[in-house]
Ligand binder design. Structure first.
Ligand code: DNO
Length: 349
């Protein structure tokens, strides 16, 4: 399997010089950040990322993410133009060596947390979701500013979207997923790109918004819509793992054996008694997931795709993008490579 690291581009305090020194590191996971969602990515921007990576002995072959617009998710009239641009971005990325494109189908918000710098007893900080901090909040009447939410929406726009998704409901969302996949997957297939769907984080409805990429039955349904290896998963252990109903090692084993995992996000999470959760270090005893069982499942099923250490804590006084500092992710990467080697697997260079 291939070791990768997320990099937010030239403005990222974590540099390509830093990343290349992590043992076994091969691939960069990045995106074009200065184009509004729904527009096609300019070739020059894609080429610039590929060149910067190559200049540091790294390969830009995974995109995270090309955003799926609310118009596509809601099935609004502009969706055809957005999907056409989406397909064009995939073709252009493929031209510059991208082999895997990550995306999600979460309505309105990507991941949801209530605090991004929760202090742990050892002095590190991490992202958490405490139900206590959400209790009593109604997005249709209260002004809610959760950390990490897209600040470009006004509260009125958020309310309008939440109402629209309420009317759409889960089955409506499934219809729009099908419409999207049937147009996008053939294009990805034709240019040798694997589409890797990121699960909903956390994997249950929030504020009444429908969320469907949450559990094994729904992942099966999603993959069956277009039964092609180009329609695959970005299996994020920490996202699916926030629900005790998901048996992560078993899910990894199943989808990897079927060759339907393009990309693995490997991180641990500590589930608390009331269902709240804290992002912990990658080490198994730090959280609720058995990271060795997960890696073993990948090795034993011959997983050949990419993995990256997902969110790290902030340690050793580092500041920066929450979840995406250098130090703890680098520790995570080294730990994961160790588990791969100990299980008889190979980190491909
Ligand atoms: C969080 C990430 C997600 C992920 C998207 C994929 O840190 O794992 O934001 O990039 O959901 O589209």
């Amino acid at each position: 399997m291939k070791s990768s690291f997320r990099w937010y581009g030239a403005g990222d305090p974590v540099t390509l010089e830093n990343i290349r020194q992590i043992p076994g590191m091969r691939s960069i996971v990045s995106a074009v950040y200065d184009v509004p969602p729904g527009e096609a990515w300019p070739e020059e921007s894609i080429e610039a990322i590929a060149k910067a990576c190559a200049a540091h002995g790294l390969v830009f072959d995974v995109v995270e993410s090309i955003p799926v617009t609310e118009e596509i998710k809601l099935g609004r009239p502009e969706r055809d133009r957005h999907i056409a641009n989406y397909c064009e971005s995939i073709r252009r990325c493929a031209k510059y060596g991208v082999k895997c494109v990550t995306y999600n189908f979460m309505p309105v918000f990507d991941w949801t947390r209530t605090q991004l710098d929760r202090l742990a007893p050892d002095g590190s900080t991490s992202l958490v979701m405490y139900w206590e901090q959400l209790k009593g909040l109604d997005p249709l009447t209260d002004d809610i500013h959760l950390p990490g939410w897209d600040a470009s929406y006004t509260q009125d726009e958020v309310r309008e979207l939440i109402r629209a998704y309420g009317e759409l409901g889960e089955e409506g969302l499934w219809k729009n997923i099908e419409y999207f996949l049937k147009k996008v997957i053939p294009v990805a297939e034709a240019c040798g790109v694997t589409m890797a769907l990121h699960p909903d984080d956390p994997p249950y409805p929030i504020f009444g918004l429908p969320r469907v990429v949450t559990c094994e039955a729904n992942l099966d349904r999603y993959l069956a819509i277009v039964d092609s290896p180009a329609n695959s998963l970005c299996l994020c252990t920490g996202s699916l793992g926030c629900s005790t109903k998901n048996d992560i090692p078993a899910m990894v084993r199943k989808y990897s054996a079927k060759k339907r995992i393009g990309f693995m996000h490997l991180r641990n999470v500590k589930i608390l008694e009331d269902g709240s959760f804290e992002e912990s270090g990658h080490w198994s005893p730090a959280g609720s997931l058995d990271m060795n069982a997960i890696v073993k499942a990948l090795v034993e099923t011959g997983f050949e795709g990419w993995f990256r250490p997902d969110h790290g804590r902030m340690i050793w006084g580092e500041t920066g993008k929450p979840g995406y500092g250098l130090y703890d992710r680098a520790l995570g990467s080294a730990y994961l490579s160790g588990l791969i080697e100990a299980n008889g697997g190979r980190v491909e260079r």
